[in-house]
Design a protein around this ligand. Structure first.
Ligand SMILES: Cc1cc2nc3c(=O)[nH]c(=O)nc-3n(C[C@H](O)[C@H](O)[C@H](O)COP(=O)(O)O)c2cc1C
Length: 173
């Protein structure tokens, strides 16, 4: 898929089918993350790929408890998650994770896989109940999650928001 077409077409998907994402496609999506730019080329983000539904449910449950979400909160029941984390002292942690997130979402779209940014880990990673789950998936203690991609194939009823703010471009001539 042409790069311009990919970035103009990608839209957040919040309703997924049960279809499993093939391992080789998940590997390509994760590879797109490590090819993102990083401040001072530190490349110190970690991209934790989780496809095990029990583990995804465990991660959703700790957020439900911590954030008082109802039992429907489950990252939109994706087939996979990629958690983008960086060391807490890293100067460009947020920016590095954000550009990697965009690479993940665009790579996913190019492969026909839907995605949406999940932001609920931000600010709660050090809560004991959340940290316990993050440690279970091997996240280093000094890492904070700045973005998580929920991934899966779009359901037929998935809503896509196509409206963009064309007024946001200002030309100075
Ligand atoms: C920093 C950031 C945080 C976001 N957090 C969430 C989130 O927690 N849950 C969600 O459903 N969408 C989240 N989104 C997706 C936005 O709602 C979405 O990008 C926006 O509505 C525009 O739609 P589009 O992605 O289809 O262009 C987030 C997006 C960004 C960039």
């Amino acid at each position: 898929m042409d790069a311009m077409q990919c970035l103009l077409e990608r839209r957040s998907i919040r309703s997924f089918t049960d279809k499993k994402i093939a391992r080789e496609d998940l590997e390509k999506i994760a590879k797109a993350a490590i090819y993102a730019p990083s401040g001072m080329n530190r490349q110190n983000c970690i991209f934790t790929v989780v496809q095990n539904t029990d583990i995804i449910e465990g991660l959703a449950e700790c957020l439900r408890i911590k954030l008082n979400r109802d039992k429907g909160y489950n990252f939109y029941k994706p087939n996979a998650l990629i958690l983008c984390s960086a060391p807490r002292e890293s100067m460009h942690a947020i920016e590095d994770c954000a550009v990697a997130m965009q690479n993940i979402m665009l790579a996913a779209h190019s492969l026909g896989v839907g995605s949406v940014w999940i932001n609920q880990f931000k600010g709660v990673c050090d809560d004991p109940i959340v940290r316990t789950q993050l440690s279970k998936i091997g996240l280093p203690e000094d890492h904070l999650v700045w973005g998580t991609a929920a991934l899966g194939y779009a359901s037929e009823d998935a809503v896509r928001n196509f409206k963009k703010n064309e007024e946001a471009i200002k030309w100075v001539e």
